[in-house]
Design a protein around this ligand. Sequence first.
Ligand code: MG
Ligand code: ZN
Length: 291
Amino acid sequence: MACNNNKNNIVVVFDFDKTIIDVDSDNWVIDELGFTDLFNQLLPTMPWNRVMDCMMKELHDQGKTIEEIKQALRTIPIHPRIVPAIKAAHALGCELRIVSDANMFFIETMVEHLGISELFSEINSNPGFVDEHDTLRISPYHDFTNSSHGCTLGTCPPNMCKGLVIERIQDSLAKEGKKMIYLGDGAGDYCPSLKLKAEDYVMPRKNFPVWDLISQNPLLVKATIREWTDGESLEKILMGTIEEIILEEEKEKKMLSTSAENTCKIHTISVGINVHHEPIMPRALRVSQSG
Ligand SMILES: [Mg+2]
Ligand SMILES: [Zn+2]
């Protein structure tokens, strides 16, 4: 576990599928365990998140164990520069989070396997847990059977609006004046990109859906846009952006402390004047007052 005493003012929010890992974890597990055809048959009939829950029941019924699912997850390809980039961002003092439409079970299994689970302060994803029958159950982050999450952008799935998650994170960070760097690839990463503020950064993966959506009208995004292509460029651009923000903030701090020093000097001088100032009052009056 990296030491993280020197906290900076930056929160880095990662998407998971095709951002941290190189593939979609749902597709990977289904394909690895040989259930692609059934998955494709179900997909047009119900939301993706519900298909995954059905598929996990099917896997269980066909004798696939939780350990086999975990084993499939451990073989997921990841670019060799991604883990070093995540560790470096943490070592520089950034707070790290994951916001993903995969599920908690897949993500926790992967980050533990990669040895980086301790580096994330929060993971937001669809709940995933093993029930009493040893079946992995996947439920929606937002329960859309009772009500919609309310986002009308059209690029968010019914079970999760990442924009709402980002707004909640922004609310909790508002007092601390933290800056956010958001990385993603999918259409679901577009909504959070629009929620970012002018002082934030968005890192869309080039030629992926979020990049296409942003490119249609970049002026809708207030944050600085920095595209990336693979793990190597992700590392370079993320590190460069973090260092840039840290340098800028150090400069600002220096300017503030210099102006604070100047204010102190002026204050000392004015105190000095007051100390040596004789009260402007006729002597006779002073006598009569005291008497
Ligand atoms: Mg993704
Ligand atoms: Zn949304």
